[in-house]
Design a protein around this ligand. Sequence first.
Ligand code: ATP
Ligand code: PRP
Ligand code: MG
Length: 223
Amino acid sequence: MSPASLDKPLTLALSKGRIFEETLPLLAAAGVHVTENPESSRKLILPTSDPGLQLIIVRASDVPTYVQYGAADFGIAGKDVLFEHAAQNAGGLYQPIDLNIAKCRLCVAVREGFDYEAAVSQGSRLRIATKYVQAAREHFARKGVYVDLIKLYGSMELAPLVGLADAIVDLVSTGNTLKANHLVAVEDIVQISSRLIVNQASLKTRAKALQPLIDAFAQASAA
Ligand code: ATP
Ligand code: PRP
Ligand code: MG
């Protein structure tokens, strides 16, 4: 290994918003502080108080890709994102810890007044709009329900309101978004939180730098 690569800082991939915000206390527990705010800065590479650690800011669903290819040594991603990523990309990611942040649940939701149970028991073919196509496909296959899946990239709650779908599969936390759109959750699919993911090669070649951070994150997230 060249001296330059030994000097290269560790790179942690994060998405801005709730994952960045909820990761700050974990970094603080490892003695690391971040001075720039990705919401106001246009920079995509952020330094930290530790010259040996930098952050890259990417879309939530791109975090596993950066880590898998080794462009980031490690990253933080929701189980929802990891499940969709794993369906299309084999291996390369080590998942040492559940960080217990960005907690929510993946649900089936319908318009108030739509009789989901009746539709299921009658064997009706359901139109489901979702960003989580793999998780939805697996859920309905397990139930033996025939579905047509419609892939969306956001604002799923709109789909049943405008006749695009009978139901959605989406994340729910407080339930406020469903309520504001006159939707109700009819089934919980899985509890979601975010995990630390580590590039397998980095884990071997950069263990000395990585392991103390992994340990500090594990301790802080269990507290
Ligand atoms: P993109 O901008 O790429 O569409 P996103 O909407 O998935 O990204 P975030 O909303 O920041 O990005 O979500 C990041 C992760 O946080 C999700 O993958 C999920 O695990 C979790 N999450 C999403 N919504 C909530 C919520 N309302 N409450 C708690 N955790 C959530
Ligand atoms: C997420 C998710 C739901 C909402 C659920 O959206 O996609 O719409 O949170 O949370 P609630 O049950 O507490 O209302 P987010 O806030 O991430 O907005 P986004 O559409 O920009 O992803
Ligand atoms: Mg979101």
